[in-house]
Design a protein around this ligand. Structure first.
Ligand code: B12
Ligand code: SF4
Length: 527
């Protein structure tokens, strides 16, 4: 029996108290939990440290305390988690150079060679990790096989980097169901919130269930288009039912988030899951991801939506992305603006909250196309006042995607050459981060101003719908912004820099700032 430590780093290691927005976006660490469950099932002693909700110092101490007798440390890494992953790996190697460290997850899959070249990393799994890690543990325990024969592995040997052939995609039905009890304190993941467009917050006891692996679509900005994830594999329905039963009966949850990248793969799956919830008499709500073009006869037709609603379908999260068909085609989204409008209408008809994400800042995207997205969002808000439509976030070009290559071409973007360069690259620019970081955008100041204007407008619209009061200062700025949007007039754009200055001033905790805050009543926290 080997002792395995699995670490899931934070995406904001510079914040002392844990990951930004953790309280709002709590989630089960599905990847690490899948691996932990599998290894535990094979008789190994596993411990997961999920660093996302933990203060910085607590993680370091926990890692230190857990290290004694550990045979292998596994670190999970999305690109945004690399920085913390490296800090923790360096820390481990300082304590004990001999503990082997393995990296897995999306970034390691995209860059196995660069990742394993790092001085603190010994192994990389470049694919789904369960069987590869198991074989590596057997190798470390008995040394009765050759590392070269373990599929899906990268390692260093005599100063050379060896990458073995990819392991085949795993059928999730071969694996044990995720054992939530392997998480330190599952309750801390369960108490959650859902906030709607109208500013209402619903508290809920929720749990994530993953019912498939992979995605067959081809969106050019998405790492799921890599060959490692192409084959779509559903978990058998009996197993999905078992997971739902565990969530409701054992953990007493009132809400399930089906966190698959592609939940709706066929009508039968959806209807049978909905039927199971209804027949069992579970009084729960649920949400999942959906694609706007799935609201069609062969998949999310009226009958299916009706049963979904009856079973508690509460919200559907959709990547609506853009109000321009040309941009949707550029990202090979395989959907169009009419699909988006239809999807939102259907959600409204069945009392399901549509949640829409949008992106701006694509290479070649024009100002007019960005405005088309803004106008689409306002139209959707009219169709579905309860819907949650996020202001367009800036494109984050993730490596390994077609869009990343396009951004490089249009922006002369220099690709990091080492894992540490990646870790320090501001890849995950926030919603209102500075568009001048996006070298391929030819009008960054305009885009920045647009984001501020649009934010003010969306707050105005929300208040109009709820009938709640908005300060006269806000109304003044927002009405001006609406005028600008519809007349496409952006001259003398004094409001965004002014509001940014005001925000910076209000953020300083002085008496005058406090006084102004209460008089102006401007919530600029999102700017
Ligand atoms: C659900 C989900 C979320 C949830 C929950 C995430 C979580 N609990 O970890 C929420 C909404 C919170 C979320 C947040 C974010 N996410 Co997310 N998310 C997903 C999604 C759709 C599914 C992940 C999942 O649960 N899969 C189920 C498990 C079983 O499969 P798996 O992750 O593929 O795991 C296998 C292998 O990848 C590998 N592996 C995975 N983890 C580990 C860990 C170790 C130690 C090892 C050895 C191996 C390993 O082995 C696993 C088993 O075979 C993925 C898409 C995807 N499939 O990865 C995006 C994805 C991972 N997210 C992504 C992004 C960008 C984010 C955010 C940065 C978004 C944002 N801007 O805020 C944040 C960052 C959060 C963080 N701290 O990392 C990107 C990552 C891109 C990149 N290059 O890093 C992805 C790929 C989406 C995409 N299509 O672009 N996400
Ligand atoms: S964005 Fe969604 S639908 Fe498109 S490839 Fe990625 S996971 Fe699949």
């Amino acid at each position: 029996m080997a002792k395995i430590l699995i670490i899931y780093p934070s995406s904001s290691p510079d914040i002392p108290g844990g990951e930004v927005d953790w309280e709002r976006y709590k989630s089960i660490p599905n990847g690490p939990l899948a691996i932990a469950t599998f290894l535990h099932h094979k008789g190994h002693d596993v411990k997961i440290i999920d660093a996302r909700p933990l203060p910085k110092e607590t993680t370091l101490k926990l890692v230190e305390d857990s290290l004694s007798g550990t045979d292998l440390v596994c670190v999970g890494a999305n690109t945004v988690q690399l920085k913390h992953g490296i800090i923790l790996s360096d820390h481990i190697k300082r304590i004990n150079r001999d503990v082997p460290i393995l990296f897995g997850g999306i970034h390691a899959i995209m860059y196995p060679s660069q990742t394993v070249a790092d001085k603190s990393i010994d192994y990389v799994v470049h694919g789904e990790a369960e069987y590869t890690i198991l074989e590596l543990i057997e190798y470390l325990e008995k040394k009765d096989k050759r590392l070269e024969d373990i599929k899906g592995l990268a390692f260093k040997q005599n100063g050379k980097i060896i990458i073995t052939p990819a392991a085949p995609g795993i059928d999730p039905n071969e694996l044990p169901l995720p054992d939530y009890s392997l998480l330190e304190d599952v309750e801390k993941y369960i108490n959650r919130e859902f906030s709607t467009n109208l500013g209402k917050i619903r508290k809920m006891r929720g749990l994530d269930i993953h019912t498939s692996r992979g995605c067959p679509y081809r969106c050019t900005f998405c790492p799921m288009t890599m060959p490692e994830f192409r084959g779509y594999r559903n978990l058998r329905l009996e197993k999905v039912f078992e997971l739902i039963d565990i969530a409701v009966q054992k953990y007493n949850v009132g809400h399930i988030w089906f966190s698959d990248e592609l939940f709706f793969s066929n009508k039968l799956k959806v209807k049978r899951i909905a039927r199971h919830i209804i027949d069992k008499g579970y009084k729960i709500t649920w949400e999942s991801n959906a694609r706007v073009e799935q609201f069609r006869e062969s998949l999310l037709d009226d009958e299916t939506l009706r049963v979904m609603k009856e079973s508690g379908c509460y919200a559907l999260r959709m990547g609506m992305e853009s109000g321009s068909n040309r941009v949707l085609n550029l990202m090979k989204k395989d959907s169009c603006v009419d699909n988006t409008i239809h999807a939102v209408r259907q959600c409204e008809k069945y009392g399901i909250i549509p949640v829409g994400n949008f992106i701006c800042g694509f290479p070649t995207e024009t100002k007019e196309e960005v405005l088309d997205t803004a106008k689409l969002i306002l139209t959707l808000k009219e169709i579905s006042p309860n819907g949650l439509f996020f202001s367009p976030g800036l494109l984050r070009p993730y490596p390994g995607t077609e869009m990343y290559e396009l951004c490089k071409r249009y922006g002369g973007y220099e690709e990091p050459q080492t894992l540490r360069e990646w870790a320090n690259r501001k890849i995950d620019v926030g919603l209102f981060a500075n568009p001048t970081d996006l070298k391929w955008v030819k009008y960054p100041t305009w885009l920045r101003n647009f984001q501020v204007y649009f934010y003010i407008i969306t707050v105005l619209k929300t208040h109009e719908k709820t009938g709640t009061k908005l300060s006269p200062t806000w109304k003044f700025f927002a009405k001006l912004a609406v005028k600008r949007l519809y007349s496409n007039f952006w001259g003398v754009a004094f409001e965004p820099p002014l509001l940014i200055h005001v925000k910076n001033f209000l953020d300083k905790k002085s008496k005058i700032a406090e006084f102004l805050k209460s008089t102006l009543r401007l919530d600029l926290s999102q700017i």
